[in-house]
Design a protein around this ligand. Structure first.
Ligand SMILES: NC(=O)c1ccc[n+]([C@@H]2O[C@H](COP(=O)([O-])OP(=O)(O)OC[C@H]3O[C@@H](n4cnc5c(N)ncnc54)[C@H](OP(=O)(O)O)[C@@H]3O)[C@@H](O)[C@H]2O)c1
Length: 318
């Protein structure tokens, strides 16, 4: 990377969120002038949100307060940056159409990364509740392509700290661990700090323009059973494995209220069927091959982090 002055300017939408906070910090760490477009602080804002705005400002981030439908404000700020990364949550995925419209008017954006960071939705399909969420992301992909804005779609697969928290429940006292299906299906995990650092690199890389980038690091493709065994070795404990059979997961996806139905449909495709472990094609862009010098965090190393200072669980999932 070149000198500070030559670094691209990056704006992050949803930068105060679970994954967005990692993204903002990675952008700063890699020396990019960083902007966050966030909804305004109000008397109802949580202390967490207020503290985060202050922390960002102390790190040199330009925090711009605005709503997603404030078109003129958005265009004005986009004219001051080069790259747009959206970290908005699932319910706000369709609202990214406002960002696309503003990018078109601004006319200067070199790369847009819409809110993806999970499943490669053009390659996979799931049970209906999760499929409906993915459909919103597919629609945004098609709108981005129709707009002619240079883009990159990041398929980061499963956020490792998020799912270690969900599966192993290290913050709780318990003797058992729930295993979905046989627990043998292999799942690709990426630690959130790596999702963020890789993404900042991807956003600045000409090789990834108008491409999908898949995060699938060899050492981080693990089954639930392997994950539990690693955790048992680290903690010196042993856990009872309580298996939830596939039929039960399907029933939960069909009959639970939102958002539990979405969660069950996601668990079915990922942890029961192992759908994320599809074969890569010759022309696929895989992240650890693109940046072979970058030392990503292995799950083994992440579990060591959990032993010392466990990353907090996300506040909400879908
Ligand atoms: N692969 C994985 O395992 C994994 C895990 C987690 C997330 N993800 C993906 O990462 C992306 C971000 O998800 P996340 O969980 O990090 O998001 P999040 O924390 O739920 O929300 C991100 C931010 O979006 C803004 N926001 C929330 N509601 C809004 C609304 N009604 N209108 C406008 N802005 C609103 C908020 O920022 P302000 O209040 O500052 O505006 C919030 O901090 C999603 O695409 C998600 O699918 C993937």
């Amino acid at each position: 990377m070149g000198k500070e002055a030559s670094k691209s300017k990056i704006i992050i939408f949803g930068g105060t969120g679970y994954l967005g906070t990692y993204m903002v910090k990675a952008s700063i760490k890699l020396g990019h002038p960083t902007f966050v477009y966030a909804r305004p602080i109000t008397p109802q804002s949580s202390p967490h949100k207020i503290n985060l705005h202050n922390e960002f400002r102390s790190l040199g981030v330009t925090v711009v307060e605005g709503e997603l439908d404030e078109h003129e404000k958005m265009v004005a700020i986009l004219r001051r940056v080069d790259i747009v990364i959206s970290m908005l949550p699932f319910p706000q995925v369709p609202d990214q159409i406002h960002i696309i419209e503003a990018i078109k008017v601004a006319g200067n954006i070199k790369r847009f990364l819409p809110s993806e960071f999970g499943i490669e939705e053009d390659r996979l399909s799931f049970l209906p509740p999760f499929e409906a969420c993915l459909d919103k992301k597919r629609k945004i992909r098609r709108a981005v392509e129709a707009s002619g804005i240079p883009y990159t779609y990041v398929s980061a697969n499963m956020c490792a700290a998020y799912f270690v928290n969900q599966l192993l429940r290290p913050h709780e006292e318990h003797e058992d661990i729930i295993v979905y299906g046989s627990g043998e299906a292999k799942v690709p995990f990426t630690y959130e700090e790596d999702v963020a650092e890789y993404t900042i690199q991807v956003a600045n890389d000409s090789r990834t323009c108008n491409r999908i980038v898949l995060y699938r690091m060899v050492k981080n493709v693990l089954s639930q059973i392997e994950l539990i065994s690693m955790w048992e070795k680290k903690t010196g404990r042993s856990f009872k494995r309580t298996h939830v059979p596939e039929e039960e997961v399907v029933k939960l996806a069909e009959s639970s209220p939102f958002p539990d139905n979405v969660r069950a449909a996601l668990i079915h495709g990922i942890f029961v069927k192992g759908d994320l472990n599809y074969d890569l094609q010759e022309n696929d862009l895989e992240i650890s091959s693109l940046y072979s010098d970058y030392k990503y965090t292995t799950i083994d190393q992440l579990l060591d982090i959990f032993l010392v200072d466990p990353p907090k669980p996300a506040l909400a999932a879908f």
